[in-house]
Design a protein around this ligand. Sequence first.
Ligand code: PMV
Length: 323
Amino acid sequence: MSRGVTCSAPGKLMLFGEHAVVYGRPCIVTAVDQRMRATISLRADDLFHLEAEDVQLTGYEKSISELGKGKIPRGAAFVERAVQLFCEHTGWAGGVSVEMRSEFSALFGFGSSSASTVAVLSALNVATESGLATEMLFDIAYKTVLAVQGKGSGFDIAAAAWGGTLWFVAGGEEVEPLNLRGASIVIGYSGIKADTVTLMEQVRRLAQQDPALVESVYDSMGDVARSARRAIDECDWKTLGSLMDINQSLLASLGVSTAKLDAMIGAARAAGAYGAKLSGAGGGDCMIALVPVGNEQPVQAALAAVGGVALAASVQAPGVRLE
Ligand code: PMV
C-alpha cells in the first residue's frame, strides 16, 4: 500500500440566500475553521476500503467495480459515491483505502458531508496524480451530492473547495470571493439537529400551493444577497446586520424558523448584535449574529440564557488543502 495522502476541507455557514439559492438566486457562504480530514492510500488490489470511526464505520470494503451498487451504509454514502465518480471521470481502476477523521460534530450542520466529499476527492487527485483543477473537483463533488441527496445548490461544496467567503450561484455558475475583513460573527447552536432534505421538501410543497408568492420571496432573498454583497464590500456592518434581519423574516415566511431559533435571534439582537438570522435550511442547527467587534461575550451569554450553545468557530477559513 502507498504512503497516505491527507487533505482537509472546512465546513460552512450560510450567511445569506438559503433556499432561494436552490431556485437560481445568489447566496453568500463562508467557510468555518472546523475541518474534515481524508487520508487516501493506493492499494495493490482492486478494493475500496473505508475507515470512518466518527460515523461508526470500520472495515467497510467492496470492489472498486461495485462502487455505488447494492446497499450503501449511511455513513459511507458520500465517500463511496465520490470515489466512484472520480474513478469514472479519470479512469482510475486501482484499489484505494480511505480514512476519514472529523474535527467537528455532524450535529451542528456545518456540512460534514460536503467537506468529506471535497477532502476525499482532493486527496485522490493528489494520490493518483490526476492533476484535476479545483473547478473539476467541484463538479465531481457536486455530482456526488446530487447522487446522494437528489437536490442542493452546491454552496457547501464551494465553501469546502475554495474556502473564504463566497458569492455563489447554484452549480458553481458564479463563484466569487468576498472579504469579511473586520466583521465579527457569533455562532449559536440551537441543540436541534435539522434535516436539510426534509426542510427543502417542505419549502417545495409550500411553493406548489402558491408558486408566484413563493417566487417573489425568493426574488426578495436574491435582492437581499445583492445588497449584502455591497455592504460587505463597503464594510458597512450596520447595513449588513439589518439585511440579516430582513433575510430572517423572509425565511420565517417560508416556515423554516423555529421557536428556539427565534428566541436565540431575538436574544442576540437585544444584546447588541447588528442583526441575526438562522443559517442553513432551518428547522434547527445554527443561527448567526453579526456583532460589533468586542461585543461577542454579551451576545454569547444572551444565547446561553435562552438555552442556545455559543460555538467557538471562526469564519472565512481556508479551503481544501494538502496536510
Ligand atoms: O442545512 P444546510 O446548512 O445544509 O443548508 C441548506 C441550504 C439550502 O439552500 C436549503 C440547500 C442548498 O443546497 O443550498
